[in-house]
Design a protein around this ligand. Structure first.
Ligand code: FES
Length: 608
């Protein structure tokens, strides 16, 4: 057997070994991959996509020809238990449906209670049987029973089913209406069955909640990695890829639609409801995710003056977006604020309700591009700070995403590094919240200067063979047999990112005409925010230093905000008014940007 090596995406984990099946290699490397039949080739759960390979793989087996569709085969899918890497190395993508472990979903930290007022209405009616004394066509009799005007539209799919359903049900049916359009006719009384989903399409994670639109209750949640990460971690590389050729945009669109379908399937299975009963979907995302999902090129968002194709609230039939919900149901996109500040920020507004408060609040949603909102009932300023991927553990030598084995919090006590990992397993790397803690602790313990340089290279935890690095954990105690360390270059990468955040909120405060100390409340939005140590975030100027009790961990705000709009058409209608208060500030054209940015990079507790 020759030695081979495989990189499993989206976690980027590399497993080396001797020539074997991809499933065996994944199991040996602790990579999360399903294989319910133990590799017998019967369950079909171990589907993976071969992205690249240098070397050779075995031919497609007969089992794979049976289990995989033609499209999957064309797209390079294999069954991991059948595909053998014979030599060389390859990169394999594990789609969400083939992964066994899922990351915990952070609870929604803010109240998303709103009186349900669903966009879809259902009416239970009994129509008199047709006879020679009433020879009106089925649709006419249905409209008249509903007391609908003649112009009331009906979808073609519903019309074709209508004669059969009326007669089979004994003329006892429930009619689903979306505004003035009949979108469904079902036998019997199904007025209690109106479900909807809210979706947050993040660049790295997609979150979906299933809601009972009669009671307003969230009945299931699911999330998955955004598989587009294999075409670039950040937004700019996705724009570049999507703009290169028309089929690339289609590929990215299909990936996101497949992921949403997987999540719809998952939430429907969890709650035992049929995807046909899901009539409404409201989604949010940054402008690029929004455009790609709708199949619109994001090219012009990527070039100055960064103009999106559409910014308003728009709706389309689910069947036009190939979603596995009721095909006649509608998919609604929440409005965008600007090219680099998407509808996820609008969702943050909806859920934090800062637009109706007198006090001035700050909302920070940390990501590769962090979205910052500052304001009150008078006006709201919004900007996007390019904070880079270090908050997500990328571009840091031992950095990793916030998944199992990532160091998520760190303390230095009496010279010892004390840390906690996600799932309490041996550490494999450090994620964004761990980096925040570590840099703050290194500064507090005077191991680094305010500019992130090691003060004393003879410190017992600093290794100097090669590039000096602070050792968080030695290789014999890690889950990947390598030291987990941080270098000055890593610290610098992080300081640039946090400097960008501070620049964002200080410029917004200046434009608003206030000092940062006048900010009364800070909402930390997004799953990242829920894991951050507040004291350390303040030391590093990620957020302004206000009283601890005025800092709110807002949780999964984007999906929560989308859910408010999903549950209530009244809230959807409010959006236009709210957005009239919002002014988008493009940081890159601000005169004071460079000066402020340079001042914001070092750590200093006295500077504001
Ligand atoms: Fe079941 Fe591959 S593990 S088909």
């Amino acid at each position: 057997k020759s030695s081979v090596s495989v990189m499993f995406e989206p976690d980027g984990k590399v497993v080396s070994g001797t020539s074997d099946t991809l499933l065996e290699l994944a199991l040996n490397g602790n990579v999360s991959l399903r294989g319910e039949c133990g590799g017998a080739g019967t369950c079909g759960k171990c589907r993976v996509q071969i992205i690249r390979h240098y070397g050779s793989l075995n031919e497609l087996t007969r089992t794979e020809e049976e289990k995989l569709s033609d499209d999957e085969i064309k797209d390079g899918y294999r069954l991991a238990c059948q595909a053998k890497i014979l030599s060389g190395n390859c990169t394999v993508y594990i789609p969400p449906g083939s992964r066994s472990a899922k990351r915990e979903i952070s609870a929604v930290g803010l109240d998303e209670d709103v009186t349900p007022e669903p966009a879809v209405k259902k009416i239970h009616i009994h129509i008199g049987k047709s006879s020679f004394s009433d020879i009106r066509p089925d649709l006419e009799r249905l409209r008249s029973e509903l007391r609908c005007p003649k112009e009331t539209e009906i979808s073609l799919g519903t019309l074709t089913e209508l004669p059969k359903i009326l007669r089979k049900s004994g003329w006892d049916v429930t009619v689903g209406m979306y505004g003035n359009r009949i979108i469904s006719v079902e036998p019997g009384d199904t007025t209690e069955e109106i479900f909807g989903i809210s979706v947050d399409i993040g660049s790295s994670k997609v979150i979906c909640h299933l809601v009972n639109l009669i009671t307003g209750e969230t009945i299931a949640r699911a999330n998955a990695e955004n598989p587009q990460v294999m075409y670039g971690e950040d937004i700019v590389s996705r724009i570049t890829y999507a703009s290169r050729k028309p089929e690339n945009l289609g590929k990215l669109r299909r990936l996101i639609a497949d992921t949403i379908n997987f999540l719809i399937d998952s939430v429907c299975r969890q709650s035992g409801i049929s995807p046909e009963s899901v009539y409404d979907m409201v989604f949010v995302g940054n402008s690029v995710m929004h455009h790609i999902f709708l199949g619109i090129t994001p090219k012009y968002i990527g070039v100055a003056p960064f103009i999106p194709a559409v910014g308003d609230l728009v709706s389309f039939p689910a069947k036009d977006l190939s979603l596995n919900m009721n095909g006649e149901g509608l998919v609604t996109a929440i409005p965008l604020i600007g090219g680099y500040i998407g509808s996820d920020a609008v969702a943050n507004l909806l859920i934090t309700k800062i637009y109706e408060q007198d006090e001035i609040s700050l909302v920070i949603d940390i990501g590769t591009n962090s979205e910052i909102l500052l304001g009150n009932s008078e006006k709201i300023l919004a900007c996007s700070a390019p904070s880079g991927p270090s908050f997500e553990g990328a571009h840091i030598s031992s950095g990793m995403k916030a998944v199992s084995g990532a160091i998520e919090s760190v303390k230095i006590e009496d010279g010892n590094v004390i840390y906690r990992t996600i799932d309490d397993v041996k550490p494999k790397g450090i994620c964004g919240s761990g980096v925040i803690d570590l840099v703050a602790e290194l500064y507090r313990e005077k191991i680094i200067t305010g500019t992130g340089k090691f003060r004393d290279l003879s410190h017992p935890k600093i290794k100097v063979d090669g590039v000096p690095e602070f050792v968080i954990e030695e290789s014999f105690d890690t889950g990947n047999n390598g030291d987990i360390t941080i270098t000055e270059k890593d610290i610098n990468e992080f300081l640039l990112a946090k400097g960008s955040l501070k620049t964002g909120w200080t410029i917004l405060a200046e434009k608003f005409g206030i000092e940062p100390s006048q900010i009364k409340k800070v909402y930390l939005a997004g799953s990242f925010g829920t894991h951050v140590n507040i004291e350390n975030a303040v030391i590093l100027d990620i957020i302004p230093g206000i009283k601890r009790e005025n800092i709110v961990f807002a949780g999964e705000t984007a999906v929560g905000g989308a859910k408010i709009a999903l549950k209530s058409v009244h809230e959807r209608r409010k959006l236009e008014k709210i957005l009239e208060k919002v002014e988008y500030i493009e940081l890159s054209v601000e005169k004071s940007f460079n000066r402020r940015y340079i001042r914001s990079i070092p750590i200093s507790r006295d500077k504001n």
